[in-house]
Design a protein around this ligand. Structure first.
Ligand code: KG4
Ligand code: ZN
Length: 344
């Protein structure tokens, strides 16, 4: 078996094709040789959300193009790789299949193993990749388009989910509210930009989820829909009103996340909070969480909050180091993080 430490990471679980090549070191650190992401936002925008069949077809088109470019830029061939990591779940079935089929073809040609990677574990480990001094135990806040969880991390593959969402994820709440405000898909980042530029609002959305243990964001959509109807009736929203409502939405989501993260930190006594997933790119969330006293807060760089191949390559490298490499079995569109554990 080659021991170059070179790992190709393939991510295709949703609407981003991510291809990265990293060089892993035995001490658990890694350097990124090349990182390419092809976003499908323009493709899905007119439908107001991801169309799974179109997404799968686009992955099929982008995967070979990105991979060829990645090898060229890194100045290596597939035969130099030690292994390939590919997302096997959670995510859209057809999209996952495209990544896995491509990985298997490449592996077959180059005589390599393919490791199946859990997408959320990839997001989680990104913070360890970027902050090699980080040591468990710590509290992880995972906030993405499909996940909102607070997880106690006691070590590699020692994850205990403490708080989850009962309905929508934080990113979904951003995107659905953005949709109601007439902001094109995926909306979250644009809504945040409007909110940040506005800096305040007359409207306070109810702090509905404080008493509950879990997160719940579905009430927010109803609240914002009612507010829109009350304030503008059937007329189009003015830019002024749209920005004000955007601020209220962002404030309500950020407030709920900070409240629950603060409470979990207090209850667990953990000294470090790690924040990851697409919504971790939100500047207001980063500002507010960084203000929590007595806690060190760490985030990935904003670009690595979004889906990418680096997080998958790095998670595959960590599997190898732990002797936990999961050779590809089935695809798991639904795959709770709590199902991951070390066998020994
Ligand atoms: O992790 P990610 O790229 O995909 C999933 O695994 O779901 O997260 C995408 C989510 C989308 O819902 C997107 O709107 C949201 O992250 N997002 C943001 C921001 N940037 C991305 N939400 C709020 N503020 C942002 N700046
Ligand atoms: Zn993700």
């Amino acid at each position: 078996m080659r021991q170059s430490g070179l790992i190709l990471g393939i991510e295709s679980s949703c609407d981003e094709t991510g291809i990265s090549i990293i060089r892993g070191a035995p001490d658990g650190t890694a350097s990124v040789l090349v990182e390419l992401v092809a976003s499908q936002v323009a493709l899905h925008e007119k439908y107001g959300g991801v169309v799974p069949e179109l997404a799968a077809r686009e992955h099929l088109r982008s995967l070979p193009l990105l991979c060829d470019e990645a090898f060229e830029r890194a100045g290596i061939s597939p035969h130099d790789l030690e292994s390939i990591g590919v997302t096997t779940g959670p995510g859209l079935k057809g999209c996952l299949l495209m990544g896995v089929a491509y990985a298997q073809g490449l592996a077959e040609a180059a005589g390599l193993e393919v490791a199946g990677v859990h997408h959320i574990e990839g997001h989680l480990l990104t913070v360890e990749l970027e902050h090699p001094q980080l040591r468990p135990p710590y509290l992880a806040l995972i906030v993405s388009g499909a996940h909102t969880e607070l997880v106690r991390i006691d070590g590699y593959r020692r994850y205990a989910v403490l708080v989850r969402t009962r309905d929508d994820a934080a990113g979904e709440a951003f995107d659905k509210s953005a949709n109601l405000l007439g902001i094109p898909y995926p909306g979250g980042a644009q809504l945040a930009a409007l909110a940040d530029a506005r800096g305040g609002s007359r409207f306070a959305l109810p702090k509905v989820t404080r008493e509950m243990h879990d997160f719940s964001f579905s009430g927010l959509k109803t609240a914002i829909a009612l507010l829109i109807r009350r304030e503008s009736g059937s007329a189009a929203l003015t830019d002024e009103l749209k920005a004000e409502l955007a601020w209220s939405v962002q404030n309500a989501i950020v407030d709920a996340i900070c409240f629950k993260a603060g409470r979990a930190l207090k209850e667990t006594g953990l000294p470090t909070l790690v924040v990851t997933g697409g919504v971790a790119a939100n500047q207001e969330l980063r500002r507010r969480l960084a203000r929590l006293t007595g806690v060190k807060t760490l985030f990935p760089s904003p670009a690595r909050c979004m889906d990418n191949g680096t997080m998958i390559a790095y998670a595959a490298w960590r599997q190898r180091l732990a002797g936990a490499a999961s050779l590809i079995g089935e695809i798991r569109p639904r795959w709770p993080l709590s199902d991951l554990g070390l066998q020994n």
